[in-house]
Ligand binder design. Sequence first.
Ligand SMILES: [Zn+2]
Length: 242
Amino acid sequence: MKNIENMLSKRESTIITEDNFVAKFPKFFENIGSEIKNVDGSVSFENGEVKVTLDSQDFEEYLDSCEDGEVLKGVITDSDQSFDPRDYVRLNKFIIEDGSNSLILDYKNEYRTVIYKKRDDSAPSRSEAFHDIDLVRLHRQPSSPDGILVLLHEIGHLEDPELSEGVQRQSTLKFEAIIAGGYTKEIKEENDAITLKSERKAWAYALNKIRFIIRKLGIPEESVKDFIHGYTLGSYCKTMHH
Ligand SMILES: [Zn+2]
């Protein structure tokens, strides 16, 4: 963990964008094998090294069936006026196994909700972790390697025990900035430091979970860290502040 954080902080000047990463390491972005529909209705992606099984349900259906459906919808709509639950599905099952069927990750959705677009073409431009409703809106399909990476990153945010403390502090800073008539250098620096620390921790969480895939596919860990760093600085991901 420490090493990853040190490494990220030393690389402030090397911004590698997502596009660069995709061009440079196409293997990482290949779909995980071909789609297999399972008897139970779930879908698998398998390439001999990694097997990903997932199933999802209609998000609108889910909202109608759960008690706090209106609350969930309201919070997301506050952040994105164009949000329409009909475009989304909710992840019910997400299992990653290695080639010998050893379980790597078994995602439980009992207390957390992950949603993503039914179709990629109109996906939101960034992924979001809504800490107050324990919900992740993914801007990628979770069946691609980068989608998995981003999903784990967002879960990393929600698993971060210091997240709400940081979010509260940033709300206070925002208020102070309004009083001061704008973001002063100090306010901005403190605000950015909180964001960067939180991003690093979430990426460290994701990298830890995904390390086995990186090794299996023979991708230099270094290149994933570069990707992560570019991602962090480009702040493609937004942790909601309420
Ligand atoms: Zn993030």
